[in-house]
Design a protein around this ligand. Structure first.
Ligand SMILES: *[C@@H]1O[C@H](CO)[C@@H](O)[C@H](O)[C@H]1NC(C)=O
Length: 310
């Protein structure tokens, strides 16, 4: 019966808490106890309520604030848009720290943390590439992702996520992301690696899992992710070539000029909603070769999962 046990608890609890408090107060340990609790809370601060949202949205809010405060909004838009740029060359990166809240009990970055942190890079991609589209109410939902975990990212290490456009078709755009670390001294890491390799060759004992080597740019690759997104305006899907074009991507300023003109006339939203169907010249032919090559392996990757989730 709950009655008696509850009343017993209400009688016992204050006494127990009082004793505990007194024990903590009078023991020489209580200070250490508070220090440990405070340290624990501090190193897990990124998992406090709303912190993740702030980390995610601060890029967007920052950009909107600067736009609101800028003297010349048109100029600001142009300066912060990828005018006449190559989408394949526009890398977006973000640095992270593998804190305990992101790591599992084995002392390395938990596989779920990769997805959580990739979202922050995605927001950065949107903010640095797609503002003209987003200002019309557009957004870029995630439709799928694949991760290949190559080697662990240890607890307390700094790492970086770098995202690049891999390709697009009529509906989807694919982002290729790398999770990398920079060994403190790449020379030392390289020396160690060569020594390990030489030793392995001398004993013919080639290890099955060779440590990931330091690449020429000084980074070690830990994980690659391919994620698939589409461009949405309300319930409508906007083809990637249109969304990229109106944001300014292209060989020269042609796309930006047309997009800026539509923006000035207030017809950009109508264009995105379907007006593009009647307009030629938004196919981004200058990037066609690279787009095809990228799509070759993106399509291979999603073939299987598409069959499972038709
Ligand atoms: C775009 O507009 C600018 C400024 O109006 C002009 O100087 C430039 O020639 C235009 N470029 C293209 C490719 O249309």
């Amino acid at each position: 019966m709950p009655g008696p046990s509850v009343s017993k608890f209400t009688q016992v609890a204050p006494v127990a808490f009082g004793l505990l408090r007194r024990a903590l107060h009078f023991s020489s340990l209580y200070k250490q106890f508070y220090i440990i609790i405070a340290t624990l809370l501090f190193i897990n601060i990124r998992s406090f309520p709303l912190v993740w949202h702030v980390r995610l949205l601060r890029h967007l809010i920052g950009w909107n604030l600067r736009r609101a405060l800028s003297m010349d909004v048109t100029k600001y838009m142009e300066e912060t848009s990828p005018v006449a740029q190559d989408p394949f060359k526009k890398e977006v990166s973000h640095s992270y720290w593998a804190g305990p809240d992101d790591c599992d009990f084995l002392g390395h970055l938990s596989n779920s943390a990769y997805a959580k942190n990739l979202d922050i890079v995605r927001m950065k991609v949107c903010v640095s590439n797609l503002r003209p589209f987003m200002l019309q109410g557009g957004f870029m939902p995630l439709a799928g992702a694949d991760y290949a975990y190559l080697s662990e990212i240890p607890l307390f290490s700094y790492y970086e996520v770098r995202a690049n456009v891999a390709g697009w078709d009529d509906k989807w755009i694919y982002l290729y992301s790398e999770f990398v670390t920079r060994p403190q001294s790449s020379k030392a890491a390289k020396r160690l690696e060569i020594a390990t390799e030489t030793a392995a060759q001398m004993t013919l004992d080639v290890p099955k899992h060779k440590p990931r080597s330091v690449r020429p740019d000084g980074t070690v690759l830990h994980c690659v992710a391919i994620s698939r997104y589409c461009f949405k305006l309300g319930r409508l899907t906007v083809p990637p070539r249109i969304a990229l074009g109106v944001c300014g991507f292209g060989e020269d300023r042609t796309n930006w000029n047309r997009s800026a003109a539509m923006q000035a006339q207030g017809t950009l939203r109508r264009f995105l909603e379907g007006g593009w169907r009647d307009q030629k010249g938004w196919d981004l032919p200058e990037f066609e070769e690279q787009r095809r090559a990228g799509m070759e392996w993106c399509r291979q990757l999603t073939l299987g999962i598409n069959a499972a989730a038709p």
